[in-house]
Design a protein around this ligand. Structure first.
Ligand SMILES: *[C@@H]1O[C@H](CO)[C@@H](O)[C@H](O)[C@H]1NC(C)=O
Ligand SMILES: *[C@@H]1O[C@H](CO)[C@@H](O)[C@H](O)[C@H]1NC(C)=O
Length: 451
């Protein structure tokens, strides 16, 4: 007969082993790969406000949102006022233990008439300060050169991306940005979602003016069919030239990279084959029909609040198989209504946990090279179509009260844990783990269970 103490120890060991096996079977703890960067992002028009101060030029979106057709539609003249509160944004990112902050430069804030002949020193000062503050906090900046807010001056001069001159203007602006910020910026992206931008552009006012978003993707007007392709072609050209410029003139001495593919993913859609329409556009030429949760339908909000974590893994896998360049997930996020309960967003932790875990599975099982993951968005932002009604922020902005104060939401506990432990905890929708003062108790239980 075994002594009693050995029996107890054996029982404990068995329980421990069983718990471990259970945790492994149910996913348990997923470790972040070495060097994998977790962060979050915003864009200039959506965050900065200060649309007409300190020498900033007017942007395309300033003009559109001030048009009489959109009277009464909220704009981002003030927005989250990040121009005056960027230190709060950096502090929030630091509290969340994020390692990267992706933001875009406002081209007209730096170059009010679009060209480098006229530099706005206050704009330079603003971005220099932001980059310095991030560095002081140990947060890497990722800079997006173009997140849609083109200088209105170039719209007036030659109709922006509808003219080849825009390619030259963009390359000169990119050169300017590399020169002034490249000593501290290691990660650059050129264009955000050109596909959407070129299709949105002719239709954005209509989108924003409608109280209901139309149920079908906009059909291009006669004569406009090829415009989105021309716009896309110019954007691709401008990307290629900015990329070469960086590689040839800056990469060696600035040690940065522009050599990765940024992937923005929110959800997957169920589609069926469809007839190719007579008048083509990049939106419709894929010749598929969305049969559930069409992003352009009245279900847009439902689409951006569904969880299809496999879609991120599949997107990364497809891009890797197709292009063989490292991938950076530059946006991934979950929409919730802006209301008094918007701080209570356990569901957002569920979303980010599930997507990140799938992504890491793709890295481990399929060998996809992924440099990092940036949640959209750091703070609640002006969102183009739904303005301030819905948001993606990890950090609440008090638009309703008008103070614009930043407050961490409940889901922040998840990001803090990721940053501290370099693991991705599993978060269940039913769990109160990240949503109440019971947090320490639950954390204790989970520790016992999954140690
Ligand atoms: C800036 O825009 C605001 C509206 O957002 C307006 O009230 C103000 O007069 C403008 N200031 C200048 C200097 O044009
Ligand atoms: C906003 O933050 C400021 C500075 O911390 C504070 O004085 C003020 O009371 C806050 N306002 C609200 C409505 O929370």
């Amino acid at each position: 007969m075994l002594p009693r103490r050995v029996e107890v120890l054996a029982a404990l060991a068995w329980a421990f082993w069983a718990a471990l096996a259970h945790c492994e079977a149910s996913g348990g703890v997923v470790k972040l790969p070495d060097d994998f960067i977790v962060g979050s992002g915003t864009s200039s028009y959506q965050a900065e406000g200060a649309w007409n101060v300190s020498g900033k030029g007017e942007s395309l979106f300033d003009r559109i949102l001030h048009s009489s057709a959109l009277t009464g539609v909220p704009n981002a003249d003030v927005g989250a006022d990040s121009y005056h509160r960027s230190k709060d944004d950096v502090a929030a990112a630091r509290e969340l233990k994020l390692r990267m902050y992706r933001f875009s430069l406002s081209w007209p804030r730096l170059l009010p008439n679009g060209w480098t002949s006229n530099v706005n020193q206050d704009g330079l000062r603003y971005y220099n300060q932001l980059i310095d503050d991030l560095q002081d906090s140990g947060i890497q900046p990722m800079v997006t050169l173009f997140h849609w807010d083109a200088p209105q001056a170039l719209q007036d001069e030659f109709d922006g991306w509808n003219d080849d001159k825009m390619v030259d203007a963009f390359v000169a602006y990119a050169d300017f940005a590399f020169t002034h910020f490249g000593d501290r910026v290691r990660y650059w992206t050129t264009h955000n979602e050109p596909y959407l931008f070129c299709n949105f552009l002719p239709n954005i006012a209509a989108f924003l003016a409608g109280t209901e978003i139309p149920d079908t993707a906009p059909t291009p007007a006669p004569g406009q069919e090829a415009n989105d392709y021309k716009c896309l072609q110019r954007i691709v050209l401008s990307h290629a030239r900015a990329y070469r410029l960086y590689q040839e003139k800056y990469a060696a001495k600035q040690h940065g990279t522009i050599d990765f593919l940024g992937v923005n993913n929110y959800f997957g859609q169920t589609i069926a084959a469809a007839k190719r329409p007579e008048r083509g556009s990049a939106l419709t030429d894929a010749a598929v029909r969305v049969v559930a949760n069409d992003v352009f339908g009245s279900h847009a909000v439902t689409a951006f609040s569904q969880m299809t974590p496999w879609s991120l893994k599949e997107a990364a896998l497809w891009c890797w198989a197709e292009y063989r360049v490292p991938i950076f997930v530059t946006e991934n996020g979950f929409i919730t209504e802006n209301s008094v309960v918007s701080l209570d967003d356990n569901i957002r932790a569920v979303y980010h946990s599930a997507y990140m875990r799938e992504l890491v599975r793709g890295i481990e099982e399929d060998g996809v090279r992924v440099l990092g993951y940036l949640a959209w968005s750091l703070i609640d932002l002006f969102e183009w179509v739904r303005q301030y009604k819905y948001s993606y922020g990890l950090v609440h902005v008090d638009y309703a009260g008008g103070s614009l104060n930043r407050t961490l939401k409940k889901s922040s506990a998840f990001f803090k844990e990721v940053g501290e432990t370099r693991t991705i905890p599993e978060v269940a929708a039913s769990s109160a783990r990240f949503s109440s003062s019971l947090l320490p108790v639950f954390a204790g239980l989970i520790l016992l269970k999954c140690l």
